[in-house]
Design a protein around this ligand. Structure first.
Ligand SMILES: Cc1ncc(COP(=O)(O)O)c(C=O)c1O
Length: 397
């Protein structure tokens, strides 16, 4: 397969050049439209806009030039027809499901999903009678038998956070279509630059824009993208429940998309070098990175991803105590709960992002007590490796 065959959407030029209509001030860079509402030319225009007979901005909870620009770019990058911007990645996850499901529906979900997505499935949806069955990304043969008469949606993260497990999106797209299910893919870990789930049949693509899309650790945001028909429902839900993105965040995030490709190239090159270094380290027990040959789904990763991503996970000899000592010994690398930043970040998923899961639930998705997640940044790789090397050394003594 040629590299470009993996993508239906991505154009680096589109990501740089698409822009909200230029104003009479002839600005080169897009202005920030900090306005709650928009004025009507006359009473007839107001009526027509509210009646959906005319297109245009009414109120920023519904749409705004900055959020529209951001979404227009994302749709082109992901190869989707339509989309909406949300206040956070979790708002995107929640409304992409809550707007398309109702009491009595069932979701087939990969067990390996972000901690808060687990809370939606385990605690929030059961209150309104939406059930789920978890299936393992590593056992696709069990998925079809878990589809019930009331199953409406398949929800997956691939690669998953933080286990970095991968599922065959082409196979999943066919499974969803065979059973007339909505395939919803959280594409946050890959970003639109590395993977286009719509290429393989996904109907909905969800993003935490807080991660690689911002890429500089500044704002929270999200997006739901997909077919016109499905996004119409999501838009109705969002317009009336209000999880919309602020114009300021959209302005930042749209600008960030202009540099996504060049940032991801460096993130991925650094991550592969770090993963290779860790794999050859005598104090490291286990390393996972999608483009390492040792990754169990390495061939699949190469089929559907451009590069392996910015996340590397590993475990040092000595378990949790050594892991803690390692984190406390880092000098340059930040100890924080974010990822996809220019700055390299180390996280301990068991005590932070996935702490609300039980130990058994964590074990089922490969989150061991000693697992460390590194979001590899854009610093010079020699400096990233030097900090990790010294912290491994200090944590041993
Ligand atoms: C895979 C994945 N999905 C969703 C989210 C939630 O995104 P946000 O923090 O923007 O709400 C995260 C956050 O880490 C994530 O890693």
């Amino acid at each position: 397969m040629k590299s470009e065959d993996k993508f239906i959407g991505y154009s680096e030029t589109d990501a740089i050049r698409i822009q909200a209509e230029r104003s009479d001030f002839r600005e080169h860079s897009v202005p920030l439209y900090l306005t709650s509402s928009f004025v009507f030319d006359d009473a007839e225009q107001a009526r027509a806009l509210f009646a959906d007979e005319a297109q245009g901005n009414i109120y920023t909870r519904f749409s705004n030039p900055n959020t529209s620009e951001f979404i227009q770019k994302l749709c082109l990058l992901e190869g989707t027809e339509d989309g909406i911007a949300t206040a956070s990645g979790m708002a995107a996850m929640y409304i992409s499901m809550a707007s398309l499901l109702k009491t009595g529906d069932h979701v087939l979900a990969s067990r390996s999903v972000f901690g808060s997505t687990h809370q939606i499935f385990n605690v929030i949806f059961p209150r309104v009678g939406i059930s789920h069955t978890y299936v393992d990304l590593n056992s696709p043969e069990t998925w079809e038998q878990n589809i019930l008469l009331n199953t409406k949606m398949i929800f997956v993260e691939t690669p998953s956070n933080p286990a970095l497990d991968i599922i065959d999106l082409e196979w999943l797209g066919k499974l969803a279509n065979k059973h007339k299910l909505i395939l919803n893919v959280d594409n946050c870990f890959a970003s639109p630059y590395l993977q286009n789930p719509a290429r393989w049949g996904a109907h909905i693509i969800t993003h935490s824009a807080t991660k690689a899309i911002d890429g500089q650790g500044r704002v929270i945001g999200g997006a739901v993208l997909g077919t016109k028909e499905l996004i119409k429902e999501v838009r109705f839900f969002s317009r009336h429940t209000g999880p919309s993105m602020s114009p300021f965040n959209a302005w930042i995030l749209s600008k960030s998309l202009e540099t996504l490709a060049v940032r991801m190239e460096r993130h991925c090159a650094n991550a592969l070098q770090l993963a290779t270094y860790l794999e050859n380290h005598s104090e490291v027990v286990k390393v996972k990175y999608p483009f390492l040959v040792s990754h169990p789904q390495h061939v699949l990763a190469k089929k559907q991803m451009r590069h392996g991503g910015s996340i590397v996970t590993f475990e040092i000899k000595g378990g949790i105590d050594r892991g803690r000592a390692f984190l406390n010994s880092l000098k340059m690398i930040s100890h924080s709960a974010n990822l996809g930043d220019t700055r390299t970040i180390a996280t301990h998923p068991a005590s932070t992002t996935h702490s609300k899961l039980t130990e058994v639930e964590r074990a089922a998705v490969g989150i061991t007590a000693g697992l460390i997640r590194i979001s590899v940044g854009l610093e010079e790789i020699k400096d990233i490796i030097a900090d990790i090397e010294q912290a491994i050394g200090v944590s041993k003594s």
